[in-house]
Design a protein around this ligand. Structure first.
Ligand SMILES: NC(=O)c1ccc[n+]([C@@H]2O[C@H](COP(=O)([O-])OP(=O)(O)OC[C@H]3O[C@@H](n4cnc5c(N)ncnc54)[C@H](O)[C@@H]3O)[C@@H](O)[C@H]2O)c1
Length: 276
């Protein structure tokens, strides 16, 4: 038996984190697109990791539970990385809400029930959650604490109250931040920790779809005009994940770490500030 790391979303950010912290572990690499999971598993197995690809859909509780059952066959679950997601140019409002918002909430809840003492997880949210106007304290609490099966029924998340796919994505990522806070209390009861990382633009297939989508020029300007002056790489996200998932992060839980080259700072107080 080995310690097991559950990964959802066989994408670039997931792989970078799995390579950084997943050595010596059994890694169950889940993705809706099994070709992606197979490809990442092959790259990592060729580099000495122990990865098994698994077809799963983050938007389905049943699928999440099947993945957890599969993972338990290999040993105790000590790590979780949630890097599955769809972006505003990739999917309609309903899909973004089901995958990025509901699916993430269910995954945190279900893994939280089985995570070992000393276990640790990260979920990938986004700078987009920081770009939306402030919600009321009551709305934030609803995002944090509404039971998962009722989440998509709250007024804030009703499709008729959502402007477009970007707004849905922002709400989903804000919800991730709030869920991580609420779940960290439950994970803490099991002596486990859970945090979120909110990346800015990181070059991956998902970001490339955004560059080629209706907001492509907006995104290209965002990284060119942010303090870092460039997009990020998945390995830079793994730098933060490594801290959070190691003993050096032992006092960090329930937090969201913005790593965006300063784009959010510039959006509020610099050249990226929207013109009125
Ligand atoms: N790349 C960026 O610029 C950026 C910025 C902010 C946040 N993010 C977030 O990072 C996360 C990872 O994205 P990435 O950039 O590594 O993209 P990626 O395209 O490399 O990987 C995303 C993976 O998620 C999978 N996926 C999509 N829907 C799924 C579902 N329902 N169930 C299971 N798997 C599913 C895709 O098949 C894909 O393999 C996403 O949540 C994304 O919103 C990315």
């Amino acid at each position: 038996m080995k310690e097991v790391m559950i990964v959802t979303g066989a994408g670039q950010i997931s792989m970078a984190i799995a390579r950084r912290v997943g050595y010596g572990k059994k890694i169950v690499m889940g993705d809706k697109n099994i070709q992606n999971a197979n490809a990442i598993a092959k790259t990592m197995n060729d580099a000495g990791y122990d990865v098994v690809p698994f077809e799963m859909d983050l938007s389905s509780r049943e699928s999440i539970l099947k993945m957890i059952e599969e993972a338990k066959k290999y040993g105790p679950i000590t790590m979780m990385v949630n890097g599955a997601g769809v972006s505003p140019s990739q999917a309609p409002i309903e899909t973004i809400l089901h995958v990025d918002l509901y699916g993430t909430a269910v995954l945190l809840e279900e893994v939280g029930k089985v995570i070992e003492p000393g276990g640790v997880g990260v979920t990938i949210s986004s700078q987009s959650g920081f770009r939306m106007k402030q919600l009321t304290p009551q709305e934030d609490e609803q995002l944090a604490c509404t039971p998962t099966e009722e989440l998509l029924n709250i007024d804030l998340l009703k499709v008729e109250n959502i402007r477009d796919t970007l707004h849905a994505y922002q709400l989903a990522k804000r919800c991730n931040e709030k869920r991580v806070m609420a779940e960290s209390v439950k994970w803490g009861e099991k002596k486990a920790r859970i945090n979120a990382i909110a990346p800015g633009i990181v070059v991956t297939p998902l970001a490339i779809d955004e560059f080629n989508g209706p907001r492509g020029d907006f995104y290209k300007n965002m990284f060119a005009s942010c303090p870092a002056g460039r997009p990020g790489t998945a390995d830079e996200i793994a730098n933060v994940a490594e801290l959070l998932m190691s003993d050096r992060g032992a006092f960090i839980t329930g937090s969201t770490f913005l790593i965006d080259g300063g784009a959010t700072a510039s959006y509020y107080y610099g050249p990226l500030k929207p013109q009125q």
